[in-house]
Design a protein around this ligand. Structure first.
Ligand code: WQD
Length: 356
């Protein structure tokens, strides 16, 4: 057991958060997770207050973590966690709404949850003198790329969707905060496109309702829950005209968080540190469909539809900075993502909720 005290994980029941908890526990950290169950499932019989994803995380690691149902919009609930765990040394902040398309329909929900929620968290952290934070940000803060691959020097802002704007605004809030108070050590992790699942197939991406993101939608077509995938546009400036993205295996992403945590827990890390977490390679929508079809052995019916508002042609990362400063790089491929996502989907055809 490391003696770094307690790591508080917000949104710990979610897709990236739950996978990150596996690596944190396996690395010897003491983990407390909070979540408001907005996008996570728990057994409705009241047998436990733990989300199903974290019950499985504990089984997979053979280690326990503590969980509390907390909404970041409720400052008193948040304070009660910091009072209960006086040894919180760092917070990893995942809790947020995260779908590009949906954010156009739910603007106030995205601004309130993502910005107000982050502001509440930072305020309570300051109150309890917890000044180390790893923030789950997104490549969408780069807006329309002026060059590729994207490195951390690329300008941010002018986002093409409300979701991206909320992530960019939270980044700016964190940067201003760190500039105002030198006690703060903040790491911004800009994810590209998380995909895949833990190799056991026991946890994975389980969006409530119709999936917004490509990979989970394809998986639900492959398992027969959805009829076909709509390909949002085939007239982009990409190899086959469909959207080009940098997909990163969620286990590579989890490993990146442990590296970022170890980095920020070291002495003299005050200030803001920014890293891209991607694979550095891209794939088009049609290439992802083909890769998933190969991994699953299933035909994936699709139709070409109109472009989705807020989408850009291409996004892919330069991850040299993370490789150099965090000693981290991706090791898994698109084929690994499809294989592991299919394993999760076949073992859990309705996701965590058997009655979904
Ligand atoms: C990928 C590609 C779509 C669905 C966002 C966030 C990012 C991350 C992932 C948080 C695009 C196309 C999609 C579909 C399609 N979220 N597509 N049919 O928008 O690149 O990234 O979600 O971690 O931060 O910015 O991901 O999976 O929605 O789309 O053709 O049914 O697939 O147009 O080209 P996106 P996505």
């Amino acid at each position: 057991m490391t003696d770094e005290g307690v790591i508080l994980v917000t949104g710990g029941a979610g897709y990236v958060g739950s996978h990150c908890c596996i690596d944190l526990l396996n690395s010897g950290f003491k983990v407390v997770a909070i979540d408001n169950f907005f996008n996570a499932y728990k057994d409705p019989t009241g047998a436990t207050n733990y989300p199903e994803s974290l019950i499985r995380v504990q089984k997979l690691t053979g280690k326990s973590l503590e969980f509390h149902e907390v909404d970041l919009m409720n400052m008193d609930e948040l304070r009660s966690v910091f009072k209960k765990y006086p040894k919180i040394t760092c917070v990893i902040h995942f809790a947020a709404l995260k779908a590009v398309g949906e954010s156009f329909q739910k603007v106030l929900a995205y601004y309130s949850n993502n910005i107000h929620g982050a502001c509440n968290l930072l305020s309570v952290m300051e109150e309890f003198k917890v000044f180390k934070l790893v923030f789950s940000s997104s490549a969408t803060v780069y807006g329309v790329p002026e060059y590729l691959p994207l490195d951390e020097k690329h300008k941010t802002g002018n986002c093409t969707n409300p979701y991206g704007t909320t992530k960019d605004t939270v980044e700016r809030m964190m940067i201003d905060l760190a500039n105002s108070n030198s006690n703060w050590s903040i790491t911004l992790l800009r994810y590209f496109n998380p995909a895949g699942a833990h190799p056991s197939g026991d946890i994975g991406e389980d969006p409530l309702g119709i999936p917004n993101n490509l990979m989970p939608y394809i998986a639900q077509v492959a398992i027969g829950r959805r009829e076909k995938i709509s390909v949002y546009g085939d007239d982009y400036k990409t190899p086959d005209g469909t959207g080009y993205r940098d997909y990163i295996h969620v286990m590579d992403l989890a490993a990146g968080h442990v590296k970022a945590l170890q980095h920020i827990l070291a002495p003299n890390r005050e200030g803001v540190h920014i890293f891209n977490l991607g694979s550095g390679k891209g794939a088009t929508v049609l290439e992802v469909i083909a890769a998933f079809s190969k991994a699953s052995g299933k035909e994936i019916p699709y139709e070409i539809a109109g472009r989705r508002k807020g989408d850009v042609d291409s996004l892919y990362a330069s991850c040299d900075k993370a490789e150099k400063e965090l000693d981290w790089k991706c090791g898994l491929t698109l084929e690994d993502m499809c294989r592991d996502m299919w394993n999760w989907q076949t073992k859990n055809p309705r996701g965590f909720n058997p009655n979904a």
